[in-house]
Design a binder for this molecule. Structure first.
Ligand SMILES: Nc1ncnc2c1ncn2[C@@H]1O[C@H](COP(=O)(O)OP(=O)(O)OP(=O)(O)O)[C@@H](O)[C@H]1O
Length: 331
């Protein structure tokens, strides 16, 4: 999927709101008042040109995020969701838009359609995407499981495991260098990266050494398993799962890459997936041999990330997963 699509999508255009006009050079209103305000405000400029609005009727703050400032723009052409970050360049939002775009293109689970990423004239960056009106409930677990599995099934990669850009998991860099070997990819770019970070920032040589010993032995957990790269949301926990007004599940705020489908459950300790979720998921993506034995391995990445992001409260969870595997694998 990624190989087929992202290569041809320019990060500066992503998914134009109205595809037929996407190749037509945008006609910008050049009346004196507008040209001053629009050049100072690229979000407004995009909404009033490619967004096909003639007026913005209301801008309201949207709470809930930690990293960025989020707003809803109501216009005579519908509503837009905009995130801005005053201190960092557009690469974070470009990666988010590429991830949303890749998931959107599978035509499976609902995700906001990304429209535009760019730099703010005063420094920082923005992303404009489809505004989704969320419903009251968290949505149907069984539908969520099925749609997620459909996304995993549809989102294929011809480049192996990885993604076209690096992105972030929380605020930690997530390295997505393409690899044809999942075990190498997961060992080096997921576990290995977090272990190095823990060693560097906390001087935690114990977790580093034991973790690296585990990395060398994880191959045994994948015997007789065929692993295909699947498009993953990458950070699927309850804060990134919602439902629209019709009760359809929506997933947000991804850290996408192509990986083993089971890695999607690495945040399941914060996701509240129940039996109906897994039953529906496995009807579409059958459970592979050894699934249960790999569950903690996939959680380990996220526990290590939480340790690196939030401190020692998560160290013991990560360490006990490592120790249990070292004992199981006699490593
Ligand atoms: N497309 C959307 N349409 C409407 N509301 C959205 C949309 N995307 C996100 N939201 C709402 O805006 C809030 C903030 O968005 P998000 O979580 O993406 O912010 P963030 O600061 O980038 O991320 P983080 O949660 O990692 O801090 C979310 O909690 C959600 O309620």
């Amino acid at each position: 999927m990624m190989g087929a699509h992202v290569g041809i999508i320019s990060p500066s255009t992503f998914f134009p709101r109205f595809p037929p006009t996407s190749l037509i050079k945008t006609k910008i209103n050049t009346s004196p008042v507008c040209s001053i305000s629009m050049s100072m405000d690229p979000v407004r400029e995009w909404i009033l040109s490619e967004g096909k609005a003639t007026k913005i009727t209301k801008i309201s703050p949207v709470g809930g995020g930690c990293i960025n400032l989020a707003s809803r723009y109501d216009t005579d052409s519908g509503s837009f969701f905009v995130k801005t970050n005053r201190s960092i360049g557009p690469s974070m939002f470009e990666a988010e838009a590429l991830g949303l775009g890749a998931m959107y293109e599978t035509g499976t689970i609902r995700v906001p359609r990304p429209y535009k990423v760019g730099e703010l004239p005063t420094g920082g960056s923005y992303i404009i995407m489809e505004f989704i009106e969320f419903g009251a409930s968290r949505g149907n677990q069984s539908v969520l499981g099925r749609k997620l599995a459909e996304m995993h099934k549809a989102g294929k990669s011809s480049k192996g495991f990885g993604f076209d850009v690096d992105n972030t998991i929380g605020s930690t860099p997530q390295i997505n260098t393409w690899s044809s070997d999942w075990i190498q990819f997961y060992g080096e770019h997921r576990l290995g990266y977090q272990l190095k970070l823990a060693s560097r920032q906390y001087g935690d040589s114990l977790i580093y050494e034991r973790g690296q010993r585990l990395v060398k032995s994880i191959g045994k957990l994948f015997e007789n398993v065929a692993i295909e790269p699947c498009l993953l949301h990458g950070d699927l926990w309850s804060g990134n799962i919602s439902s629209d007004k019709n009760g359809e599940p929506v997933i947000l705020d991804p850290a996408c890459y192509y990986g083993h489908s089971e890695a999607e459950f690495g945040m399941s300790w914060c996701a509240g997936f129940g039996a109906s979720f897994y039953n529906s998921y496995f009807e579409v993506m059958p459970k592979q041999p050894g699934f249960e034995e790999r569950r903690d391995l996939y959680m380990l990445y996220h526990y290590l990330n939480h340790y690196n992001l939030f401190g020692s409260g998560y160290r013991s969870s990560a360490m006990s997963i490592i120790d249990d595997y070292l004992a199981l694998l006699k490593a």
